[in-house]
Design a protein around this ligand. Sequence first.
Ligand code: ATP
Ligand code: TYD
Length: 237
Amino acid sequence: MKKLAEVYRGKAKTVYATEDPNFLILTFRNDTSSLDGRRVQKFERKGMINNKFNYFIMNKLADVGIPTQIVRLLSDHDVLVKKLAMIPVECVLRNIAAGCMVRRLGIEEGLVLNPPIFDLFLKNDVMHDPIINESYCITFGWASAHHLSRMKQLTYKVNDILSTIFDNAGFILVDFKLEFGLCNGEIVLGDEFSPDVSRVWDKKTLDNMDKDRFRKNLGDVIKAYESLAKRIGVKLD
Ligand code: ATP
Ligand code: TYD
């Protein structure tokens, strides 16, 4: 499958059309951004690591029956996916308090959230991805109650599967973001799961193994991504 026209250039990935209108190619670039794209930096190997990381995780999820976009890995940076009609809502699952939740509520980072919290954000860079809830989705037509219920159910299932995978490798899955889309009327997991869209801490040292190393200027961003990938079993080379 060949890359044809560029359909969309996001902050971390570029999306290409293919000969088949049902499929797209996602290209994982080395760009990393924060502050709504105002801070951007390139990290050698990041695109390759995230592409393989995402492919590995989505296959693990598909193995237990979660519908995913993945068709096949094409190269270090490229993956062939089903074209989804993306739902403009981000599903965030939190096992441990961190990030914007801590800032918004003034609670202590590291607090165990039992049961885990499910948050929704509108995908809208201009409005800085505001937090929303199910009621907003329905009123404004961003997602139906039926689709939201499926997205929530799948997000919790992803959490169960991935928490175990990370736990077995010596990590804590703190939180993560998922995006879903529709394919033939079915809710399907799209976009990516990688250290760019999740928080993962080392169980022993509580070191950040994810994009927080970039956000907080901790250094060794790629070293952490690579070590996380290798320890959960992603084959990088
Ligand atoms: P953000 O970082 O806030 O998610 P972005 O648009 O800059 O925004 P990128 O990951 O760089 O994010 O861009 C990838 C784009 O491709 C996203 O808009 C995402 O919703 C879209 N996308 C991901 N998977 C699919 C898919 N299978 N079918 C159609 N579009 C997809
Ligand atoms: P969150 O704490 O809501 O925001 P911030 O990253 O500003 O602290 O993020 C929770 C998790 O979801 C975290 O792992 C990052 C991820 N996430 C994204 O990748 N993109 C997003 O637009 C949002 C809202 C969250």
